[in-house]
Design a protein around this ligand. Structure first.
Ligand code: S3P
Length: 423
């Protein structure tokens, strides 16, 4: 689907941001591992979490969907699927399920679409193999042929701050003999730790290590809150589209996810958190944003990166509207996402007239530039790039065309409808 986006003024109103993708994946996967009836409310409509849901059903969980309410009845014991388990575009599905399936008493094959089949799986295959897993692949790429084994716990220090890798190893640890200890260079999102702990897993911290032991899980009752990675497009749009004022309701503000708020504050943007509360161990609140024409460029790197990793394309767009230079560094893993997001973001924003260049581990953006538009752009089959380009189109002088906009459905099918509501 090709989409034309025109310049906009005054985005105004209050909207509820749809369900968090990371929490939706975890809720359905963990519920399938728990004996009994789990109730998940406000499950994501995105294609990625539905890949996880379909795989859990293939592995024997009885899953009933009623709108966005999902009821999972499980014996807590998964069953072999005679078919391949298709993860679609979803790295989270493939990496988390690799951890679960390595410790089962049956074999499985995880497959993915073209993009997922190019993404690196060595980061999970290596530590899983140390636990005794038997996984064969074509040079560490999907399909992953997993031979179920009795695993043994390991003590592992990961060089990358990746919640997918961490969650994979913690899930494998649920089925392993002896304790599994995991440490990462910087804290990545901790939804797995919070949810597993709420479900009764034997999971705890020991100095810088997260430790997990073989555990039986209790069923889950959860109402999933809004996704800050989806809210990010409205935050940036509200800051850069003249005369805007937006309130975003019910967002997960877990400190391991909400780095974008800190960045906007440091840039001098008008942003405020309202009604902060605790929901199932997650920090939740509303966000107010107002048009902020006088923001300044900053340096973004180090331990904040994992807390805003998926937001970096749209943050780089925001930086084009800040006075001075913004330097994004320590983000080399952006090259391993649904597209090489350093190259694709820089290439497409340059087309629009931005002063942006790539470095091996990030980007350098000089602002403030008025984006001219009047060009055809491409999503590179990457949902986050499609949405970033849409927000860019709202401030371009001339309309832009986005090829492959339908990839938005991977995480955020409600995206256009919600933007229309604010216009
Ligand atoms: C995710 C972790 C991040 C993020 C992805 C979702 C998760 O990936 O980019 O969209 O739900 O655990 P990495 O673990 O590769 O950083």
């Amino acid at each position: 689907m090709n989409l034309t986006v025109k310049k906009s003024f005054k985005l105004n109103g209050e909207i509820e941001i749809p369900s968090d993708k990371s929490l939706s994946h975890r809720a359905v996967i963990f519920s399938s591992l728990a004996k009994g009836k789990s109730v998940i409310q406000n499950f994501s409509k995105g294609q990625d979490p539905h890949s996880s849901l379909e795989i859990c059903a293939q592995l024997g969980a009885d899953i009933i969907q009623n709108g966005q309410t999902i009821i999972v009845n499980s014996t807590g014991i998964l069953k072999k699927s005679s078919d391949n388990l298709y993860c679609g575009n979803s790295g989270t599905t493939m990496r988390l399920m690799a951890g679960v399936l390595s410790g089962q008493n049956f074999d499985s094959v995880l497959t993915g679409d073209e993009s997922l089949s190019k993404r690196p799986m060595k980061r999970v295959i290596e530590p899983l193999s140390l636990m005794g897993a038997k996984i064969s692949s074509d040079n560490f790429h999907a399909p992953l042929n997993i031979k179920g084994e009795q695993l043994t716990g390991i003590t592992y220090e990961s060089k990358i701050a990746s919640a997918q890798v961490k969650s994979c190893i913690l899930l494998a640890g649920l089925f392993a003999d002896e304790v599994t200890k995991y440490k990462e260079i910087y804290p990545s999102r901790n939804h797995t730790e919070i949810m597993l702990s709420n479900m009764g897993a034997n999971i705890y911290n020991d100095n810088d290590y997260i430790c997990i032991e073989k555990s039986e899980l209790r069923p889950l009752e959860i109402n999933i809150c809004g996704d800050i990675s989806s809210a990010a497009y409205f935050i940036v749009a509200g800051l850069i589209v003249p005369d805007s004022r937006i309130i975003l309701k019910n967002i997960d503000l877990n400190p391991t996810r909400s780095g974008i708020i800190e960045v906007v504050k440091q840039m001098g943007g008008d942003i405020e958190i309202l009604d902060q509360r605790d929901v199932c161990g997650e920090v939740v609140g509303d966000i107010r944003i107002e048009y902020s024409p006088y923001m300044k460029g900053i340096e973004i790197g180090g331990k904040i990166i994992p807390t805003l990793i998926d937001e970096l394309p749209v943050i780089s767009l925001l930086a084009t509207q800040c006075e001075g230079q913004t330097v994004i560094k320590d983000s080399q893993d952006l090259r391993n996402k649904e597209s090489d997001r350093i190259t694709t973001t820089v290439c497409e924003l340059q087309k629009l007239g931005a002063d942006i260049d790539q470095t091996p581990d990030g980007m350098i953006i000089n602002g403030k530039t008025s984006l001219k538009g009047g060009v055809e752009t491409d999503s590179y089959k990457d949902h986050r790039l499609a949405m970033t380009l849409y927000v860019a189109g709202l401030i371009c002088k001339k309309e832009i065309l986005i090829n492959g906009f339908e990839w938005v459905n991977i995480s955020f099918p409600e995206f256009l409808k919600l933007f229309e509501r604010l216009k």
